[in-house]
Design a protein around this ligand. Structure first.
Ligand SMILES: C[S@@+](CC[C@H](N)C(=O)[O-])C[C@H]1O[C@@H](n2cnc3c(N)ncnc32)[C@H](O)[C@@H]1O
Length: 228
């Protein structure tokens, strides 16, 4: 595991729900038997919710080495900062899906509660694996689908193009198909790495930019789909 790429304890407890994953990964085509990895799953409740519905989902993240209490500690501070940020930049978001900044905060709180309940009860079942790109502790092709939400491209300032490619190659090693969202960076601009990465991966991989009906940050309405 490489600590170079680990945000340590500095990741805000700001996770997305299964409904949000379904929207921005267009998951309606995923067969019930699919083995799914949520890489960089963090405090998302996707693994908890889909597992409850009988789906096979493993979540991997370096933060899973911490205890549930650590995730809770920063929520109120994060929520206050996020709320202020969204209120200030209100016109840079589309509000059809969420309604209001307050609604986003409420959802994030519910997601964190659902995640923590599952994390505390499911650790022994192996659903949550402490792991860090670019080296995942899974055999090649262990998963039919790998999801990566709000890690790649969003953190374009922290991770250069080469690092993105090493992360994506590892995701493609463990999975038959990889879906990544979002493709905009933290400032809401198209990631400066995206074009180069697409060109590089095209030599060995089927690369598709899939238009979505989901859009929250303005212009953030495509996901990257990679397959062997
Ligand atoms: C912004 S959160 C997104 C959480 C979740 N995927 C969601 O969309 O709700 C980014 C997550 O990436 C994880 N992360 C950071 N570096 C990583 C790495 N090298 N490998 C795997 N996960 C990493 C962080 O710990 C954090 O939980």
């Amino acid at each position: 595991m490489s600590d170079d790429f680990d945000f340590g304890g500095g990741v805000p407890p700001w996770g997305r729900s299964a409904a949000e994953y379904e929207a921005f990964f267009a998951l309606s085509d995923v067969p019930p038997s699919a083995r799914i990895l949520d890489c960089g799953g963090g405090p998302s409740s996707f693994a908890a919710e889909w597992s409850r519905n009988g789906r096979y989902v493993v979540a991997a993240d370096p933060m899973y080495r911490f205890s549930a209490r650590d995730f809770l500690a920063d929520f109120d501070l994060t929520a206050a900062q996020m709320l202020a940020g969204m209120q200030k930049a209100r016109d840079r978001f589309e509000w059809d899906y969420y309604g209001s900044p307050e609604d986003v905060v409420q959802r994030r709180r519910a997601v964190l509660t659902a995640f923590i309940a599952d994390f505390q009860s499911a650790t022994r079942s192996g659903r949550y694996v402490s792991a860090c790109l670019p080296e995942l502790p899974f055999l090649s092709k262990s998963f039919d689908l790998v999801l990566c939400s709000h890690l790649l491209f969003l953190y374009s300032a922290e991770f250069d193009a080469e690092t993105h490619i090493s992360f994506l190659r590892e995701l493609l090693r463990v999975g038959r198909e990889v879906r990544v969202f979002p493709l905009l960076d933290m400032d809401g601009n198209p990631s400066a790495h995206l074009e180069d990465i697409i060109q590089t991966l095209r030599a060995s991989t089927r690369v598709e930019l899939v238009p979505l009906s989901f859009e929250f940050r303005s212009g953030d309405s495509k996901m990257l789909r990679l397959a062997h």
